[in-house]
Design a binder for this molecule. Structure first.
Ligand SMILES: C[S@@+](CC[C@H](N)C(=O)[O-])C[C@H]1O[C@@H](n2cnc3c(N)ncnc32)[C@H](O)[C@@H]1O
Length: 275
C-alpha cells in the first residue's frame, strides 16, 4: 500500500511538478486515502490507474493536499497580543526612526482571512498613527486558486465565527449567504503566488527586498518535516527587518537552534522578535 502511495506521489512529481519531499508523509497518505474513500473506497492500485487516466484527478488530489482551511482572527488571543504588544512596538520604532512604511508579509495566507484580519486591526486601533505611515502589505500562497479567492474576498459563515458584529458591519457587505470584503480593505493588500520552498529567493518578488516588520506564517510549518521547517524558518528570518516580528501558529514549535535568532515576546502566543 505504502508503495502505491509513493508511486502516486512520484507520478504527481513528474506530471505536475509537485515536490512532496518536504511534507509529512503520513499527512499526504491520509489525504490520498481521503480521495480513495471519496471515489468509493477502491484499492490504492485502482486509484493509481484512475489517476493516470484522468488528468483532472491530479488537480483534485493536489488541491486535497493544500489545506486552505482558515478563518478570520484564528486564535483571537494571538491577534489581541499582536494589536496590544507587537504592532504598537513596530509603530513606535517607525516613529522614532522617522521611517514611513510598515512592511508586512502573510506567508501561506490561504484565502486571505489572516491578512484581512491584520488589515482590520490596523484600521481599528491605529488609524491616527497610520495617517503618517504607509502599509506595504503582501500576502502569498503557492495555491493559485486560494489566491484568486483571496483577491475576490468573498466568504461564507465558516470563516466568520470570530468576527465581532461591529467589524462585520464595517468591513463586509452581506449577501444571502456570503460576506464580501469592502474594496477599501481589499486594496490594502497585494496577493500573489509564492512557494515557500523556492530556492532562489527569500521573499516574494513583488516585495523586492523583504525587510518586513511583521511576517505571519501560521499553520503552514506543521505540514512539513523538520528539515523543511528549518529551511522555511531560516528564509522567514532572513526576510525580517532587524527587530522584525514573526508570528507562527499556536501549535507550531520552534526548535532550540532558533532561540539565538528569535526572542518570544509573549508567553501566550507564538509571536517572536528577531534578535
Ligand atoms: C492551513 S492553511 C493556513 C492559513 C492561514 N495562515 C491560517 O493560519 O489560518 C495552510 C496554507 O499553506 C499553504 N502552503 C502549503 N505549502 C506551501 C508552500 N510550499 N508555499 C506556500 N504556501 C504553502 C497552503 O496552500 C495553505 O493555504
Amino acid at each position: 500500500m505504502k508503495n502505491t502511495h509513493l508511486k502516486i506521489l512520484d507520478f504527481l512529481k513528474s506530471e505536475r511538478n509537485f515536490d512532496y519531499s518536504g511534507y509529512h508523509f503520513a499527512m499526504l497518505e491520509r489525504r490520498i486515502q481521503n480521495r480513495i474513500i471519496h471515489l468509493g473506497s477502491i484499492t490504492p492500485e485502482a486509484y493509481f490507474e484512475y489517476l493516470q487516466n484522468n488528468p483532472e484527478e491530479s488537480t483534485r488530489l493536489i488541491e486535497n493536499f493544500m489545506i486552505n482551511v482558515s478563518h478570520f482572527f484564528r486564535d483571537p488571543l494571538s491577534f489581541e497580543l499582536l494589536a496590544k504588544v507587537a504592532i504598537p512596538a513596530i509603530i513606535a520604532s517607525k516613529q522614532r526612526s522617522d521611517e514611513h512604511s510598515i512592511r508586512i508579509w502573510s506567508a501561506g495566507c490561504a484565502r486571505g482571512e489572516e491578512a484581512y484580519s491584520v488589515a482590520m486591526l490596523f484600521n481599528e486601533y491605529f488609524a491616527r498613527e497610520m495617517e503618517q505611515l504607509n502599509l506595504d502589505f503582501f500576502a502569498t500562497d503557492f495555491d493559485s486558486q486560494a489566491i484568486e479567492k483571496a483577491k475576490q474576498g468573498i466568504y461564507t459563515s465558516t470563516s466568520m465565527k470570530e468576527v465581532k458584529h461591529g467589524l462585520l458591519k464595517k468591513y463586509f457587505t452581506e449577501g444571502d449567504e456570503t460576506y464580501t470584503i469592502i474594496p477599501e480593505l481589499k486594496m490594502k493588500i497585494q496577493f500573489s503566488i509564492y512557494d515557500l520552498l523556492y530556492k532562489n529567493s527569500y521573499a516574494p518578488s513583488e516585495s523586492i527586498f523583504g525587510d518586513f516588520d511583521l511576517v505571519l506564517c501560521r499553520n503552514v510549518l506543521i505540514y512539513f518535516n523538520q528539515e523543511f521547517q528549518k529551511l522555511i524558518l531560516n528564509k522567514l528570518i532572513k526576510s525580517l527587518a532587524p527587530k522584525g516580528v514573526l508570528m507562527l501558529g499556536e501549535s507550531e514549535v520552534l526548535g532550540d537552534s532558533f532561540k539565538e535568532k528569535l526572542r518570544q515576546i509573549s508567553k501566550y502566543a507564538k509571536i517572536f522578535e528577531k534578535k
